[in-house]
Design a protein around this ligand. Sequence first.
Ligand SMILES: NC(=O)c1ccc[n+]([C@@H]2O[C@H](COP(=O)([O-])OP(=O)(O)OC[C@H]3O[C@@H](n4cnc5c(N)ncnc54)[C@H](OP(=O)(O)O)[C@@H]3O)[C@@H](O)[C@H]2O)c1
Length: 283
Amino acid sequence: MSPSTLDAALAWQWIRQVREQDWHTQATLTLHSQACALRVQRGGAWQAEGDVTVEASALLDILLPCCATPDGFVIGQLGQSLDGRIATVSGASHYVTGEASRVHLHRLRALVDAVVIGAGTACADDPRLSVRHIPGYNPVRVILDPNGRVPATQGVFQNAEAPTLHITRHPLPREALGSHVDTCVVEDDAELTPAALRSTLLARGLRRVLVEGGGQTVSRFLADGELDRLHVVVAPLLIGSGRPAVSLAEIETLDTALRPPCRTFAMGDDTLFDLALRSVDAA
Ligand SMILES: NC(=O)c1ccc[n+]([C@@H]2O[C@H](COP(=O)([O-])OP(=O)(O)OC[C@H]3O[C@@H](n4cnc5c(N)ncnc54)[C@H](OP(=O)(O)O)[C@@H]3O)[C@@H](O)[C@H]2O)c1
């Protein structure tokens, strides 16, 4: 490979730099290596000088719209079967999607300030929610657990791999939790809407948010118009029954179905559907 080639490793390094740019004050950013250059516009459009590998080109296409944003963003992500399931009825979800899609999920984690999961996922998967497949920092882990049903013994409350925020009406005893855990107590009569959650996270400086599941949690953000993008990774398997991916209120006819602008990308044997639910003004 010639030294002027923009490959996946350099693309990832530059994507992380794009994330650090203040997109309020600047509308473009140009990055240079020895013999190639990348120009990125607010909103994520890009042009390169020099050779770009197919893998690097896909990374830039998929991830720059999530980084070149002035006000942060909220992205949802679900890995589902062809028949729209994210887990079996008993909650087994390891693994619906393949290795390449899991690397993609780790890239999304590395680009956000906070990764949000619902109580169902915290109980069923006991996930680490850290960045392990690629170079990058761990985001703050946010557990939406209004009814206090996630046990203190779960890994997110015990391993200090990343700071963790427990959002609940029923705080766990302080002595049962690691010192990396912060609790946000929700008042009994306060509604935990996605908009209110976003404000809570913004107040803590968490502007870039990945809603990683499960289906109910992502669906609530989608229904309330609180997602900027949704990444649905579809894997070529049929589960036949199980936990649904997106579920929204019933509609009578297809005229009112959501049809956001969509791009597709091959991800190993899986296919990523990148849905743009809100656009960023490039000017
Ligand atoms: N394939 C994938 O991509 C993927 C990703 C993640 C998880 N999963 C699988 O999905 C399953 C869990 O998904 P799920 O849809 O059943 O549950 P979930 O979305 O993980 O959790 C739903 C629960 O979280 C709480 N919650 C979430 N958003 C809230 C909000 N805005 N306001 C108040 N409470 C909120 C509620 O808890 P309460 O019920 O206590 O009120 C709600 O019932 C697991 O089996 C997991 O393995 C798969």
